[in-house]
Design a protein around this ligand. Structure first.
Ligand code: SAM
Ligand code: SF4
Ligand code: SF4
Length: 356
Protein backbone atom coordinates (compact mmCIF):
# COMPACT_ATOMS: atom_id res chain seq x y z
CA UNK A 1 0.00 0.00 0.00
CA UNK A 2 1.88 3.11 -1.22
CA UNK A 3 1.33 6.49 0.40
CA UNK A 4 -0.46 9.14 -1.71
CA UNK A 5 2.17 11.34 -3.39
CA UNK A 6 1.17 14.54 -1.56
CA UNK A 7 1.42 12.81 1.81
CA UNK A 8 4.84 11.35 1.02
CA UNK A 9 6.09 14.80 0.01
CA UNK A 10 4.49 17.08 2.58
CA UNK A 11 3.64 14.71 5.39
CA UNK A 12 0.33 14.14 7.05
CA UNK A 13 -1.86 16.88 8.61
CA UNK A 14 -4.39 16.70 11.43
CA UNK A 15 -7.88 18.21 11.58
CA UNK A 16 -6.43 21.59 12.62
CA UNK A 17 -3.95 21.43 9.72
CA UNK A 18 -0.96 20.69 11.97
CA UNK A 19 1.76 18.45 10.52
CA UNK A 20 3.34 15.59 12.52
CA UNK A 21 6.93 16.75 13.01
CA UNK A 22 8.03 15.52 16.43
CA UNK A 23 7.82 12.12 18.01
CA UNK A 24 8.46 11.84 21.74
CA UNK A 25 9.20 8.33 22.83
CA UNK A 26 9.00 7.25 26.45
CA UNK A 27 11.44 4.35 26.85
CA UNK A 28 10.72 3.53 30.49
CA UNK A 29 8.17 4.45 33.14
CA UNK A 30 10.77 4.08 35.92
CA UNK A 31 12.84 6.84 37.43
CA UNK A 32 15.63 7.21 39.98
CA UNK A 33 14.11 10.56 41.15
CA UNK A 34 10.76 11.25 42.76
CA UNK A 35 10.26 14.87 41.75
CA UNK A 36 7.43 16.26 43.82
CA UNK A 37 5.61 17.64 40.77
CA UNK A 38 5.92 14.48 38.68
CA UNK A 39 6.28 11.23 40.66
CA UNK A 40 5.30 12.08 44.23
CA UNK A 41 6.32 9.36 46.68
CA UNK A 42 2.80 9.11 48.05
CA UNK A 43 1.79 7.50 44.75
CA UNK A 44 5.08 6.21 43.36
CA UNK A 45 6.21 4.47 46.55
CA UNK A 46 7.78 1.06 47.16
CA UNK A 47 4.60 -0.76 46.21
CA UNK A 48 3.96 1.03 42.96
CA UNK A 49 3.58 -1.46 40.09
CA UNK A 50 5.77 -0.35 37.21
CA UNK A 51 5.34 -1.99 33.84
CA UNK A 52 6.73 -5.52 33.49
CA UNK A 53 9.58 -5.97 30.97
CA UNK A 54 7.43 -7.76 28.38
CA UNK A 55 5.03 -4.81 28.23
CA UNK A 56 7.74 -2.44 27.05
CA UNK A 57 8.09 -1.83 23.35
CA UNK A 58 11.24 -3.56 22.12
CA UNK A 59 13.84 -1.49 20.27
CA UNK A 60 12.92 -3.07 16.90
CA UNK A 61 9.28 -2.15 17.53
CA UNK A 62 10.12 1.43 18.41
CA UNK A 63 12.28 1.64 15.30
CA UNK A 64 9.42 0.45 13.07
CA UNK A 65 7.04 3.05 14.47
CA UNK A 66 9.69 5.76 14.14
CA UNK A 67 10.26 4.80 10.49
CA UNK A 68 6.54 5.05 9.82
CA UNK A 69 6.55 8.47 11.52
CA UNK A 70 9.50 9.65 9.40
CA UNK A 71 7.61 8.63 6.25
CA UNK A 72 4.73 10.83 7.39
CA UNK A 73 6.67 13.98 8.30
CA UNK A 74 8.47 13.37 11.61
CA UNK A 75 11.82 15.18 11.61
CA UNK A 76 12.77 15.07 15.26
CA UNK A 77 12.70 12.33 17.88
CA UNK A 78 13.05 12.95 21.59
CA UNK A 79 13.70 10.07 23.98
CA UNK A 80 12.17 10.58 27.37
CA UNK A 81 10.48 8.71 30.22
CA UNK A 82 10.56 8.17 33.24
CA UNK A 83 14.32 8.47 33.17
CA UNK A 84 15.49 7.35 29.71
CA UNK A 85 19.02 6.57 30.89
CA UNK A 86 17.59 3.78 33.06
CA UNK A 87 16.56 1.83 29.95
CA UNK A 88 19.14 -0.90 29.43
CA UNK A 89 21.30 -0.56 26.30
CA UNK A 90 19.59 2.66 25.25
CA UNK A 91 22.57 3.30 22.94
CA UNK A 92 21.38 0.40 20.75
CA UNK A 93 18.05 2.14 20.22
CA UNK A 94 19.81 5.41 19.39
CA UNK A 95 21.90 3.63 16.74
CA UNK A 96 18.76 2.26 15.12
CA UNK A 97 17.02 5.65 15.15
CA UNK A 98 20.12 7.37 13.78
CA UNK A 99 19.95 5.13 10.70
CA UNK A 100 16.42 6.28 9.76
CA UNK A 101 16.10 8.63 6.79
CA UNK A 102 13.31 11.01 5.78
CA UNK A 103 11.73 10.63 2.33
CA UNK A 104 14.26 13.22 1.04
CA UNK A 105 17.19 11.29 2.49
CA UNK A 106 17.98 13.26 5.64
CA UNK A 107 18.66 11.89 9.09
CA UNK A 108 16.38 12.79 11.97
CA UNK A 109 17.32 15.13 14.77
CA UNK A 110 17.78 12.94 17.87
CA UNK A 111 17.44 14.43 21.33
CA UNK A 112 16.87 13.21 24.88
CA UNK A 113 15.40 14.73 28.02
CA UNK A 114 17.13 13.43 31.15
CA UNK A 115 17.52 14.28 34.81
CA UNK A 116 21.27 14.12 34.22
CA UNK A 117 22.07 11.78 37.13
CA UNK A 118 23.73 9.23 34.85
CA UNK A 119 25.11 11.62 32.24
CA UNK A 120 28.73 11.63 33.42
CA UNK A 121 28.77 7.87 32.86
CA UNK A 122 26.77 7.87 29.63
CA UNK A 123 27.32 11.09 27.65
CA UNK A 124 30.17 9.79 25.49
CA UNK A 125 28.46 6.52 24.51
CA UNK A 126 25.22 8.39 23.73
CA UNK A 127 27.03 10.77 21.40
CA UNK A 128 28.93 7.90 19.78
CA UNK A 129 25.64 6.09 19.15
CA UNK A 130 24.29 9.13 17.27
CA UNK A 131 22.43 11.25 19.81
CA UNK A 132 22.62 14.93 18.78
CA UNK A 133 21.59 16.81 21.90
CA UNK A 134 20.32 16.55 25.45
CA UNK A 135 17.97 18.60 27.56
CA UNK A 136 18.78 18.28 31.25
CA UNK A 137 16.12 18.96 33.85
CA UNK A 138 17.41 20.97 36.80
CA UNK A 139 15.12 22.82 39.17
CA UNK A 140 17.55 24.49 41.58
CA UNK A 141 21.21 25.27 42.19
CA UNK A 142 20.77 25.31 45.94
CA UNK A 143 21.63 21.80 47.07
CA UNK A 144 19.02 21.57 49.82
CA UNK A 145 16.21 22.80 47.54
CA UNK A 146 17.32 20.45 44.75
CA UNK A 147 17.50 17.43 47.06
CA UNK A 148 14.03 18.28 48.34
CA UNK A 149 12.55 18.60 44.86
CA UNK A 150 14.00 15.34 43.53
CA UNK A 151 13.01 13.81 46.89
CA UNK A 152 15.72 11.13 46.76
CA UNK A 153 18.41 13.37 48.26
CA UNK A 154 20.36 13.51 44.99
CA UNK A 155 23.12 16.17 45.08
CA UNK A 156 23.03 19.03 42.59
CA UNK A 157 26.81 18.83 42.03
CA UNK A 158 26.41 15.49 40.25
CA UNK A 159 23.85 16.89 37.81
CA UNK A 160 26.09 19.90 37.11
CA UNK A 161 28.93 17.47 36.45
CA UNK A 162 26.66 15.50 34.10
CA UNK A 163 25.92 18.73 32.22
CA UNK A 164 29.66 19.31 31.82
CA UNK A 165 30.06 15.74 30.54
CA UNK A 166 27.33 16.32 27.94
CA UNK A 167 29.07 19.49 26.78
CA UNK A 168 32.43 17.70 26.55
CA UNK A 169 30.80 14.94 24.47
CA UNK A 170 29.43 17.54 22.03
CA UNK A 171 25.74 16.99 22.84
CA UNK A 172 25.00 20.62 22.01
CA UNK A 173 23.32 23.04 22.06
CA UNK A 174 22.50 22.02 25.60
CA UNK A 175 19.14 22.94 27.03
CA UNK A 176 18.32 23.07 30.72
CA UNK A 177 14.68 22.72 31.85
CA UNK A 178 13.64 24.29 35.13
CA UNK A 179 10.09 23.69 36.33
CA UNK A 180 9.12 26.61 38.54
CA UNK A 181 6.77 25.86 41.41
CA UNK A 182 5.63 28.93 43.29
CA UNK A 183 6.81 28.96 46.89
CA UNK A 184 9.19 26.04 46.30
CA UNK A 185 11.97 27.12 43.94
CA UNK A 186 11.08 30.58 42.63
CA UNK A 187 14.05 32.05 44.51
CA UNK A 188 16.26 29.88 42.29
CA UNK A 189 15.26 31.66 39.07
CA UNK A 190 17.97 34.30 39.24
CA UNK A 191 20.81 32.05 40.51
CA UNK A 192 20.00 29.62 37.67
CA UNK A 193 19.95 32.44 35.10
CA UNK A 194 23.30 33.73 36.36
CA UNK A 195 24.88 30.27 36.39
CA UNK A 196 23.99 29.53 32.75
CA UNK A 197 24.42 33.10 31.46
CA UNK A 198 27.32 33.05 29.00
CA UNK A 199 27.71 29.25 29.21
CA UNK A 200 26.26 28.44 25.80
CA UNK A 201 23.49 26.38 27.43
CA UNK A 202 19.90 27.58 26.95
CA UNK A 203 17.96 27.73 30.20
CA UNK A 204 14.20 27.26 29.78
CA UNK A 205 11.73 28.00 32.53
CA UNK A 206 8.65 25.79 32.45
CA UNK A 207 5.37 26.73 34.06
CA UNK A 208 4.33 24.01 36.48
CA UNK A 209 1.50 22.16 34.73
CA UNK A 210 -1.62 20.27 35.71
CA UNK A 211 -0.44 17.14 33.94
CA UNK A 212 -1.49 13.74 35.35
CA UNK A 213 -3.59 13.18 38.45
CA UNK A 214 -1.13 12.71 41.29
CA UNK A 215 0.78 15.95 41.78
CA UNK A 216 -2.03 17.90 43.44
CA UNK A 217 -1.67 20.81 41.02
CA UNK A 218 -3.42 24.05 41.84
CA UNK A 219 -3.41 27.10 39.62
CA UNK A 220 -1.65 29.26 42.20
CA UNK A 221 1.31 26.81 42.23
CA UNK A 222 2.11 28.06 38.73
CA UNK A 223 4.28 31.14 38.49
CA UNK A 224 3.41 32.86 35.19
CA UNK A 225 6.36 33.17 32.81
CA UNK A 226 5.73 36.91 32.65
CA UNK A 227 6.92 37.13 36.29
CA UNK A 228 9.94 34.98 35.46
CA UNK A 229 10.96 37.24 32.59
CA UNK A 230 10.52 40.30 34.82
CA UNK A 231 12.71 38.74 37.54
CA UNK A 232 15.53 37.78 35.18
CA UNK A 233 15.23 40.93 33.06
CA UNK A 234 15.54 43.25 36.06
CA UNK A 235 19.03 41.88 36.78
CA UNK A 236 20.13 40.79 33.31
CA UNK A 237 18.30 42.85 30.66
CA UNK A 238 16.51 40.82 27.97
CA UNK A 239 14.98 41.39 24.55
CA UNK A 240 12.37 39.10 23.01
CA UNK A 241 13.40 37.15 19.92
CA UNK A 242 10.26 35.05 19.29
CA UNK A 243 10.43 31.39 18.38
CA UNK A 244 12.75 29.54 15.96
CA UNK A 245 9.68 28.06 14.33
CA UNK A 246 5.98 28.20 15.12
CA UNK A 247 5.80 24.76 16.74
CA UNK A 248 8.61 25.42 19.22
CA UNK A 249 7.10 25.46 22.73
CA UNK A 250 9.57 28.01 24.16
CA UNK A 251 9.39 31.75 23.61
CA UNK A 252 12.98 32.96 23.38
CA UNK A 253 14.61 35.99 25.03
CA UNK A 254 18.18 37.16 24.44
CA UNK A 255 20.47 38.81 26.96
CA UNK A 256 21.24 42.36 25.83
CA UNK A 257 24.89 41.91 26.91
CA UNK A 258 25.44 38.98 24.54
CA UNK A 259 25.33 36.31 27.28
CA UNK A 260 23.14 34.00 25.23
CA UNK A 261 19.44 33.32 25.54
CA UNK A 262 16.75 31.86 27.76
CA UNK A 263 13.29 30.49 27.01
CA UNK A 264 9.94 30.33 28.75
CA UNK A 265 7.39 27.58 28.20
CA UNK A 266 4.04 29.05 29.16
CA UNK A 267 1.94 25.92 28.96
CA UNK A 268 -0.56 27.30 31.49
CA UNK A 269 -0.72 31.05 30.89
CA UNK A 270 -0.15 31.18 27.16
CA UNK A 271 -1.21 28.05 25.31
CA UNK A 272 0.44 27.13 22.05
CA UNK A 273 -1.71 24.23 20.82
CA UNK A 274 -2.31 25.84 17.43
CA UNK A 275 1.19 24.88 16.36
CA UNK A 276 1.59 21.64 18.29
CA UNK A 277 3.21 19.09 16.02
CA UNK A 278 4.08 16.51 18.70
CA UNK A 279 3.00 12.89 18.81
CA UNK A 280 3.86 10.81 21.89
CA UNK A 281 4.56 7.13 22.17
CA UNK A 282 4.19 5.61 25.63
CA UNK A 283 6.53 2.99 27.08
CA UNK A 284 4.09 0.23 26.19
CA UNK A 285 3.43 1.49 22.69
CA UNK A 286 0.29 3.60 22.96
CA UNK A 287 0.18 6.63 20.71
CA UNK A 288 -1.07 9.85 22.33
CA UNK A 289 -1.87 13.04 20.46
CA UNK A 290 -1.58 15.32 23.46
CA UNK A 291 0.13 15.45 26.83
CA UNK A 292 -3.31 15.74 28.40
CA UNK A 293 -4.98 12.98 26.41
CA UNK A 294 -6.98 10.42 28.32
CA UNK A 295 -6.78 7.70 25.68
CA UNK A 296 -3.99 6.35 23.51
CA UNK A 297 -4.06 4.07 20.51
CA UNK A 298 -2.42 0.67 20.99
CA UNK A 299 0.32 0.46 18.36
CA UNK A 300 2.05 -2.39 20.20
CA UNK A 301 -0.71 -4.81 19.20
CA UNK A 302 -0.17 -3.72 15.63
CA UNK A 303 3.62 -4.13 15.56
CA UNK A 304 3.28 -7.54 17.26
CA UNK A 305 0.77 -8.76 14.69
CA UNK A 306 2.75 -10.64 12.01
CA UNK A 307 0.07 -9.96 9.40
CA UNK A 308 0.61 -6.17 9.63
CA UNK A 309 3.39 -4.91 7.35
CA UNK A 310 5.17 -1.53 7.43
CA UNK A 311 2.90 0.03 4.82
CA UNK A 312 -0.19 -0.89 6.85
CA UNK A 313 1.41 0.45 10.00
CA UNK A 314 2.17 3.73 8.24
CA UNK A 315 -1.38 3.96 6.93
CA UNK A 316 -2.83 3.44 10.43
CA UNK A 317 -0.52 6.10 11.84
CA UNK A 318 -1.54 8.51 9.08
CA UNK A 319 -5.23 7.88 9.76
CA UNK A 320 -4.80 8.47 13.49
CA UNK A 321 -3.02 11.77 12.96
CA UNK A 322 -5.61 12.90 10.43
CA UNK A 323 -8.27 12.45 13.11
CA UNK A 324 -6.40 14.54 15.72
CA UNK A 325 -8.08 17.65 17.08
CA UNK A 326 -6.51 17.92 20.58
CA UNK A 327 -5.83 21.38 22.03
CA UNK A 328 -6.14 20.95 25.76
CA UNK A 329 -4.05 23.92 26.93
CA UNK A 330 -5.99 26.30 24.74
CA UNK A 331 -9.32 25.04 26.06
CA UNK A 332 -8.13 25.03 29.68
CA UNK A 333 -8.28 28.82 29.67
CA UNK A 334 -12.00 28.86 28.83
CA UNK A 335 -14.89 29.22 31.19
CA UNK A 336 -16.37 25.86 32.30
CA UNK A 337 -19.67 27.02 30.73
CA UNK A 338 -17.99 26.81 27.33
CA UNK A 339 -18.97 23.39 25.93
CA UNK A 340 -15.44 22.94 24.56
CA UNK A 341 -13.72 23.49 27.95
CA UNK A 342 -12.00 20.39 29.43
CA UNK A 343 -14.34 18.53 31.81
CA UNK A 344 -11.67 16.73 33.82
CA UNK A 345 -13.83 13.66 34.45
CA UNK A 346 -11.65 11.14 32.59
CA UNK A 347 -8.36 9.88 34.05
CA UNK A 348 -5.35 11.69 32.66
CA UNK A 349 -2.03 9.99 32.04
CA UNK A 350 1.04 10.75 34.13
CA UNK A 351 4.04 12.68 32.81
CA UNK A 352 6.37 9.86 33.91
CA UNK A 353 4.37 7.43 31.74
CA UNK A 354 4.28 9.49 28.59
CA UNK A 355 7.29 11.73 28.97
CA UNK A 356 7.51 15.51 28.78
N1 SAM B 1 13.23 12.12 33.67
C1 SAM B 1 13.56 12.99 32.61
C2 SAM B 1 13.71 14.40 33.09
O1 SAM B 1 13.23 14.71 34.17
O2 SAM B 1 14.30 15.18 32.36
C3 SAM B 1 12.60 12.92 31.44
C4 SAM B 1 11.14 12.80 31.75
S1 SAM B 1 10.39 14.20 32.55
C5 SAM B 1 8.71 13.65 32.72
C6 SAM B 1 10.35 15.39 31.25
C7 SAM B 1 10.19 16.83 31.65
O3 SAM B 1 8.90 17.01 32.18
C8 SAM B 1 11.17 17.32 32.69
O4 SAM B 1 11.85 18.46 32.22
C9 SAM B 1 10.27 17.67 33.86
O5 SAM B 1 10.79 18.73 34.60
C10 SAM B 1 8.97 18.01 33.17
N2 SAM B 1 7.79 17.89 34.04
C11 SAM B 1 7.39 16.82 34.78
N3 SAM B 1 6.25 17.11 35.45
C12 SAM B 1 5.91 18.39 35.13
C13 SAM B 1 4.83 19.27 35.50
N4 SAM B 1 3.86 18.89 36.33
N5 SAM B 1 4.82 20.50 34.96
C14 SAM B 1 5.79 20.91 34.11
N6 SAM B 1 6.81 20.13 33.72
C15 SAM B 1 6.89 18.89 34.23
FE1 SF4 C 1 11.78 11.42 37.09
FE2 SF4 C 1 11.90 13.29 35.25
FE3 SF4 C 1 9.62 12.89 36.56
FE4 SF4 C 1 11.68 13.93 37.85
S1 SF4 C 1 10.59 14.84 36.12
S2 SF4 C 1 10.39 12.24 38.56
S3 SF4 C 1 13.39 12.96 36.89
S4 SF4 C 1 10.58 11.46 35.20
FE1 SF4 D 1 0.04 20.01 22.24
FE2 SF4 D 1 -1.80 19.06 23.89
FE3 SF4 D 1 0.14 20.64 24.83
FE4 SF4 D 1 -1.80 21.65 23.28
S1 SF4 D 1 -2.05 20.77 25.30
S2 SF4 D 1 0.39 22.05 23.10
S3 SF4 D 1 -2.16 19.93 21.87
S4 SF4 D 1 0.40 18.60 23.92
Amino acid sequence: MALPVAMAQQGVRDRLDRPMRDLRISVTDRCNFRCVYCMPKATFGKDFAFLPQQSLLRFEEIERIARAGAALGVRKIRLTGGEPLLRKNIEQLIEKLAAIRTPDGRSLELAMTTNGALLRRKARSLADAGLNRVTVSLDALDDAIFRGMNDVDFPVADVLDGIDAAREAGLAPLKINMVVKRGVNEDQILPMARYFHGSGAILRFIEYMDVGETNGWQRDHTLPSRNIIDTVGAALPLIPVGRHHASEPAERWRYVDGGGEIGVISSVTHAFCGDCTRARLSTEGALYHCLFATRGYDLRALVRDPSVDDAQLTAVLAGLWQGRDDRYSELRGRQPADPAAPKGNARRIEMSYIGG
